[in-house]
Design a protein around this ligand. Structure first.
Ligand SMILES: [Zn+2]
Length: 278
């Protein structure tokens, strides 16, 4: 495919310092180097590779220039590392525009639909527990969003994971931001208030001990197994129908492998969603 830009003359290394009125990319690059340097002393080949790629991220930038002098980024050597502040910021801008376009398109077909932002959290954890806690968080979300109350009230949703770090306590705070699309009647019918959301969220996962204490038994009436796993009560048909206790293997159904990439997107998204027309 021949790009529109291929016919433009190439000017090498103008040395010009470009500015972007909306984003402080210089600061982003400084943060990128700080993160990269934290990999430098890790004694592994792959970490050294990440260090090199991340330090190199954005080392060259090609811009296309319109006749009026406007510049537009055309290509660059970005590292695309999930921990790179610059690459994640650009990714967040892309996701923001994708979600915005989807919302605008829905707005045309269903002008009365409304949008809500929901944040779901779990307690802070240390670094060695973070991976497991994120898996639990996503499993809990899956369990909650599979429930009948959710399907009845919510037309669609977009979810993103954000993990913040507390340097004073040296722990992490994983949480999910969700954009929910609801019909206009939601506030009159099927409305879920904050307290109910909290109950549903807390209900989505418990240890087997807790379920046992709540009176949950196997279908044949015997006690639950005495093992240290967390499980969610799944009610595909709602409260009067079938009930299952779902253990960790339920997670294999989850598509969570790409979620890290959402890390910084939603902070930006939630800043912008407060504005009208989205
Ligand atoms: Zn990068």
């Amino acid at each position: 495919m021949i790009s529109l830009y291929d016919s433009l003359p190439v000017i090498h290394g103008t040395g010009e310092i470009l500015t972007d009125s909306k984003n402080d990319w210089r600061n982003t690059k400084l943060r990128n180097e700080a993160v990269a340097k934290s990999f430098e002393n890790e004694n592994s080949k792959s970490m050294l590779g990440r260090f090199t790629r991340m330090m190199d991220c954005g080392a060259y930038l090609k811009f296309a220039v319109s006749p009026s002098g406007d510049k537009r980024l055309f290509s660059a050597n970005f590292c695309r590392d999930r921990m790179c502040p610059g690459c994640q910021k650009r990714r967040s801008l892309v996701i923001f525009h994708q979600v915005k376009n989807i919302c605008s398109s829905i707005q045309k077909d269903f002008p009365t639909y409304k949008y809500l932002l929901l944040t779901l959290t779990v307690p802070n954890v240390k670094a060695d527990q973070l991976s497991d806690e994120i898996k639990h968080l996503h499993a809990s979300w899956k369990r909650m969003s599979d429930r009948a109350f959710f399907k009845k009230s919510i037309k669609g949703w977009f979810r993103a994971l954000e993990v913040t770090y507390n340097g004073d306590r040296d722990d992490f705070h994983p949480h999910i931001h969700v954009l929910l699309c609801v019909p206009s009647g939601y506030f009159k019918k099927n409305y879920i208030n904050q307290k109910q959301w909290l109950e549903y969220w807390n209900d989505s996962e418990r240890s087997l001990d807790e379920w046992q204490a709540l009176g949950v038994r196997r279908a044949d009436g015997t006690a639950l197994p005495n093992v240290d796993v967390r499980a969610a009560l799944v009610m595909p048909d709602d409260i009067n129908g079938r009930m299952f206790l779902a253990y960790d293997n339920y997670k294999v159904l989850m598509h969570w492998n790409r979620s890290y990439y959402f890390a910084t997107s939603v902070g930006y998204l939630s800043d912008r969603i407060g504005y009208p027309k989205i």
